[in-house]
Design a protein around this ligand. Structure first.
Ligand code: ADP
Ligand code: ADP
Ligand code: MG
Length: 651
């Protein structure tokens, strides 16, 4: 038993929820902290107690160490789990916890500090006999010295922020002529992101894999590893898909890398969960990149192949217990793959998205685990990391894990906000990924070679037909009670595509749909709750359907299409000032479709005002960013009252 009775989780989203699940199972009381933007978030609702710690900006709340420690005192917790990101690798915070008599669920502050600076960490690792990437990690930061060192190392090189993380502050330089400019921009980004402009220079290892080793240490001198994770599937140095074990790693390589990772942990007096990251070349030679002194985003794949609960281990070890198993007890069963589901639009430069999640139905099934931190009806705000869930699949082998993961992504319904779900499905189903020959450059190459991968999904005529059928069924389906022949005309638009559709009925039975003149045979259809079941050519299938105002969302095979039904009666009045969205009539605000900070496109719905049982949708007249929202859903508004403001895009 651990001696922790009440645990405060200094984090949010999926990781806060995931930590609470284990704490609860162990009989430990849970305390959530939250910012103003998260007052109603799932991690807050899940906790036994919750404490507000500040404003929406991370600096005011989740990064505010003093506010977190004050919350611990108020709620009466005796331990703090920092999760990942935020304060997790902040040595001063770990120290402040100790000074306040609290258990910090993580390594000693000295170990965080030793590994926090990439340059210092590499020097330490070299001394401990762990192979590091050849490069320069000296104190002299003058541009002349750095340029000379880059020359000595040999191009191409990588400039890295010493304090870096999350792939930021990194510049690849191909030739000496580009070095000065790249250095300047790397230093600027490092200063802005980490408050520290110092850099190191490394040999760029091309066609390499990112393979990391999960280590665990207790206070009694036991340090073991739990095998590797392959995180080579990256975009812009950021992980998207991770798996265990690595298709590349042989038992001999695992033994060698595991031993070096344990050596690295021991060299800094490590305790708890940590990850030692290596870059592995084609020929199997590997070099230390950095150590992350915390629980990692991708830890679930290790849990699925080892059968251990790493958060439980963290809590036990932090409470002074010994590791529950020795190195020889660690076995790997089957294969696990994780995909990071982001609220971002791959078809618009992977732009982070914010807005309301109208539907969230995570899949389940054999070997499927979904760690999420969002709820149906919840809002994704622009303030935090846009990762909304991790979808993880375990299978007997890699092929089964891939198949299960693709199926789970297809079956997970997320509507109302654009995500990278379809992009993940395309990637996982690609030949390149299936072959297991991932290197860190593979995704970028795949995107470049695979024409159309980043083109927004185009609706087919059948998609239009299904949306039209759904509309005829939406309000009880009176068309289906018509006698004789009936034809229901519906105009639908999606982006710049617009189709006149007509749904045909014969004595109350669906008799096909014409889409812009093309006849689509839909033999049968029925709408149950949120699903449209339909038959084409004798095969019955299903699509998810969601109505929101005059929008129809279709969720079909992993992609979501949002059709809009322009209202022939209520024409959106042309606003006098396109930056101001005002109520056209007095009524009640039934929906607000945007959040402050969100980007909108001309024609996108901003809000809906209901008056005399008529819905009046208010649309943006320009492309821009919502700077303010002045009403809440349910509010009574007068005609002409200001509802939202939009700052137009320039350039
Ligand atoms: P992992 O190796 O666990 O995937 P990442 O590097 O992707 O770790 O980072 C995990 C989380 O921590 C992400 O949300 C990332 O944005 C955040 N993060 C990582 N390093 C920093 C940092 N130095 N400052 C702020 N956030 C960070
Ligand atoms: P971060 O703290 O941002 O996670 P890392 O040092 O772990 O920074 O590097 C992030 C990613 O950048 C790695 O996973 C790898 O894909 C790539 N990378 C880092 N160093 C090198 C290198 N020397 N050669 C090639 N790729 C590298
Ligand atoms: Mg890293």
């Amino acid at each position: 038993m651990t001696n922790i009775r009440s645990l405060l989780i200094a984090n949010r989203g999926e990781i806060a929820c995931r930590i609470m699940r284990t704490a609860r199972r162990m009989g430990i009381a849970t305390v959530a902290v939250h910012s103003d933007a998260d007052a109603d978030a799932p991690h807050v609702r899940m906790a036994d107690r919750a404490v507000r710690i500040g404003g929406a900006l991370p600096a005011e709340s989740y990064l505010n160490a003093a506010a977190v420690i004050e919350a611990v005192r108020k709620a009466g917790a005796d331990a703090v789990h920092p999760g990942y990101g935020f304060l997790s690798e902040n040595a001063a915070f770990a120290e402040a916890c100790a000074a306040a008599g609290l258990t910090f669920v993580g390594p000693p502050a000295a170990a965080i500090q030793a590994m926090g600076d990439k340059a210092r960490a590499k020097r330490l690792m070299s001394e401990a006999g762990v192979p590091v990437v050849p490069g320069y990690e000296g104190e002299d930061q003058s541009p002349e010295t750095l340029a000379r060192e880059a020359e000595r190392i040999g191009y191409p090189v990588l400039i890295k922020a010493a304090a870096g993380g999350g792939g930021r502050g990194m510049r690849r330089v191909e030739r000496a002529g580009d070095f000065a400019a790249a250095l300047e921009s790397a230093r600027r980004e490092a200063q802005n992101a980490f408050g520290d402009a110092s850099v190191l220079i490394e040999k760029l290892i091309t066609d390499a894999r990112h393979i990391e080793i999960q280590v665990f240490a207790d206070r009694h001198g036991n340090t073991i590893h739990l095998g590797e994770r392959d995180c080579s599937a990256q975009r812009r140095h950021q992980k998207i898909v991770e798996e265990a074990p690595s298709p590349f790693v042989t038992p001999a390589l695992r033994l060698a890398m595991g031993a070096d990772a344990v050596r690295a942990a021991k060299a800094v007096g490590y305790e708890g969960a940590g990850t030692v990251e290596f870059i592995v070349a084609d020929d199997g030679t590997y070099h230390f990149l950095e150590m992350n002194t915390r629980l990692q985003v991708e830890h679930p794949v290790t849990e699925m192949v080892t059968g251990f609960d790493l958060v439980e281990w963290q809590l036990r070890v932090a409470g002074g217990e010994r590791l529950p198993v020795g190195q020889d007890d660690v076995g790997l069963t089957g294969h696990a793959i994780e995909a990071r589901l982001y609220a971002e639009d791959p078809y618009d430069g992977f732009r982070p998205q914010s807005g309301r999640i109208l539907r969230w139905r995570p899949a389940d099934g054999d070997g499927i685990r979904i760690d999420s931190g969002v709820a149906e009806g919840g809002v994704v705000t622009p303030f935090y990391d846009p990762m909304i869930a991790k979808v993880i699949a375990h299978g007997a082998d890699r092929a089964e894990a891939i198949a299960r993961l693709v199926a789970a992504l297809r079956a997970t319904s997320v509507v109302g906000i654009a995500t990278n779900r379809e992009f993940l499905i395309d990637l996982l189903a690609s030949e390149a990924f299936g072959a297991g020959e991932m290197t860190t450059g593979l995704i970028d190459r795949w995107i470049a070679e695979e024409a159309g991968i980043l083109d927004a999904p185009r609706p087919t005529a059948l998609d239009f037909a299904l949306a039209a059928v759904a509309v005829t069924m939406r309000d009880g389906g009176s068309w289906f009670r018509s006698s004789g022949r009936a034809h229901c005309p519906i105009t639908l638009a999606l982006g710049d595509e617009r189709r006149e559709t007509v749904v045909h009925f014969e004595r109350g039975r669906l008799a096909g749909v014409s889409v812009g003149g093309e006849e689509i045979v839909v033999e049968r259809a029925s709408l149950r709750a949120d699903r449209l079941e339909f038959a084409v050519d004798g095969v019955t299938r299903r699509v998810g359907v969601l109505f929101a105002g005059r929008d129809v969302h279709l969720d079909r095979d992993g992609k979501v299409l949002v059709f809009h039904e322009p209202d022939p009666l209520v024409r959106p009045p042309a606003p006098k000032d396109p930056r101001r969205i005002v109520a056209p009539v007095s009524g009640v605000v039934r929906a607000v479709g945007v959040v402050a900070g969100q980007a909108v496109k001309a024609g996108g719905m901003v809000a809906m005002v209901e008056a005399m049982k008529m819905e009046n949708a208010l649309y943006a007249a320009i492309d821009g960013v919502v700077t303010a929202i002045h009403v809440a859903e349910g509010a009574q508004v007068a005609a002409g009252q200001l509802i939202a403001e939009i700052e137009p895009d320039h350039g």
